[in-house]
Design a protein around this ligand. Structure first.
Ligand SMILES: Cc1ncc(COP(=O)(O)O)c(C=O)c1O
Length: 488
């Protein structure tokens, strides 16, 4: 016994000795009332100091696994090992797959991350639209954390409020007001990113029309997934270069009733299209005529590289209360801080607050306060200046490479972290992906973003985490492979 103990680096030795002995007791290798070696002996056997064994024994005694008898040594407590199964009973192994709900099965089915292409080392991958972590200003993040912890660390580590951390809520209200939003009658709820905000809003909406949503086609895959998991029937409307096709939208609205619309007006994922100001106004008029609330996804608004500022729908709606704005800093700052927000009518937020409390109590106050202090210290403006400059450069380089090498029929994207490419109708980007991945380059085929199974001739190119050199090499390879497949 005791010859299979292995020390791992980085953990206190006495804790490792405690865990090792606990394991032996639980398994029954050390039995009830068995005398343990003396601390000196065990220290020698395990190759650790006697003090480490003394500390481990003290912990085990506090936890009730062993007891000490003065002058005689330490003993395993009675009944400390796990009771084994009754002699005649087979341990019951159930089939959890069979016990999964319809929603869980559907979630697995829709979980592309589990089945996506794995980028082998050295692969040039255009699949990600996450920010480039090399840009993160770690020192400012650390300072924000330490500042806030010094100010109110104890409060931050206790329970917080479902609606959110007040200083951050106030900051974001101000931030939204500076985007032109009329805050009268509106309120805010902090969520775990955009994704939880959408989930909460969808779960709170009454479904007069049986759960029907209208959105751009293609659209954000996570939104499609969540809409489906909530049982919504999705109608996708094709996009023009300046946003959703208004005529087709109106035809669809005249045909049947919808419970809500989901729109990504700025640097839409996956097309990168910015809906024009005129179209935004027309959309608001149309949806108010058909009395349909709009869920506005404002995730990327800050990543504008050209063109003039376009106000979010919720700002254009003025004192109207039909737009539910979902905000996120996942692309603009750090997706690891899971903080997003819902800005909407006060009555709606009041209900969402209760849904949020029931589901997760509140978003991590540590995350919220760190973000608040980072913003409060004036870092967003500095960071955005740097990030925008870098992404703009990469965006222009990627676009130039695509224009030079890829035989596309349409290229879109005027900001954000990706471009979207459409090939002629009969082209298959899954086949292109297969051929490219054999040569060490991967991207995201576009069909997953479509609500109706179309889009096999499309692809999304995420450039944020790819080096300039790899962008050049990768896009050239994609372009040459596509041209070959087209017989050029
Ligand atoms: C359209 C869209 N909305 C929102 C988000 C951000 O989601 P979250 O805040 O949950 O990270 C993304 C991220 O890719 C996105 O593409």
């Amino acid at each position: 016994m005791f010859n299979d103990f292995r020390l791992a680096a980085g953990r206190p030795v006495y804790i490792q000795v405690r865990d090792y002995l606990k394991g032996l007791i639980l398994k029954g290798a050390l039995q009830s009332e068995q005398k343990l070696p003396s601390t000196r002996e065990l220290g020698e056997l395990l190759g650790v100091s006697r003090n480490s064994v003394i500390s481990a024994y003290t912990l085990l005694e506090e936890e009730g696994f062993i007891y000490a008898q003065a002058g005689r040594g330490s003993y395993v407590a009675s009944d400390a090992s796990l009771p084994g199964p009754a002699a005649d009973a087979e341990p019951w192994r159930m089939d959890w797959k069979e016990r999964m709900s319809r929603q869980a099965r559907q979630a697995v089915e829709l979980d592309h991350m589990k089945r996506g292409l794995r980028a082998e080392k050295g692969t040039i991958s255009f699949t990600s639209i996450a920010p480039d972590e090399q840009l993160f200003d770690l020192e400012n993040v650390k300072r924000a954390f330490l500042d806030r912890m010094a100010m109110e660390g104890r409060v931050l580590l206790n329970y917080g409020y479902a609606k959110g951390y007040k200083p951050l809520m106030d900051y974001l209200l101000n931030y939204m007001e500076s985007k032109g939003v009329d805050l009268q009658g509106k309120d805010i709820l902090i969520t775990n990113g955009f994704t939880e905000g959408l989930d909460i809003v969808l779960s709170a909406l009454h479904r007069e029309s049986g759960g029907a949503v209208i959105c751009e086609n293609p659209t954000h895959y996570t939104a499609i997934k969540n809409l489906k998991l909530h049982g919504f029937e999705i109608t996708g409307i094709p996009m023009d270069p300046d946003g959703i096709d208004l005529e087709r939208l109106e035809e669809a609205l005249a045909e049947r009733a919808y419970d809500c619309a989901y729109l990504v007006p700025s640097y839409h994922n996956p097309t990168g299209i910015v809906t024009s100001a005129e179209k935004r106004l027309a959309l608001l008029q149309l949806f108010s005529r058909y009395r349909i609330p709009v869920i506005e996804d404002g995730f990327n608004e800050e990543l504008r590289y050209s063109g003039s500022h376009v106000a979010p729908l919720i700002a254009m709606a003025g004192t109207g209360n039909s737009v539910v704005y979902l905000g996120s800093f996942s692309k603009v700052l750090f997706p690891g801080i899971r903080v997003g927000w819902v800005l909407a009518d006060r009555a709606l937020i009041d209900s969402l607050e209760s849904v949020k409390r029931a589901r997760s109590i509140h978003t991590s106050t540590l995350d919220q306060s760190l973000l608040f202090q980072y913003l409060q210290n004036g870092n967003l403006e500095k960071y955005l200046k740097k990030a925008r400059m870098e992404y703009k450069r990469k965006y222009e380089w990627t676009k130039a490479c695509c224009e030079r090498y890829i035989p596309f029929s349409r290229l879109s994207g005027s900001g954000g972290l990706h471009l979207f490419i459409e090939f002629p109708e009969d082209f298959d980007t899954w086949k292109l992906l297969e051929a490219c991945s054999e040569q060490g380059v991967i991207f995201t085929p576009g069909d997953m973003f479509y609500t109706d199974g179309r889009g096999r001739n499309t692809m999304r190119i995420g450039f944020s985490r790819v080096s300039d050199e790899d962008i050049g090499t990768g896009i050239r390879l994609i372009g040459e492979t596509a041209a070959k497949m087209m017989g050029n």
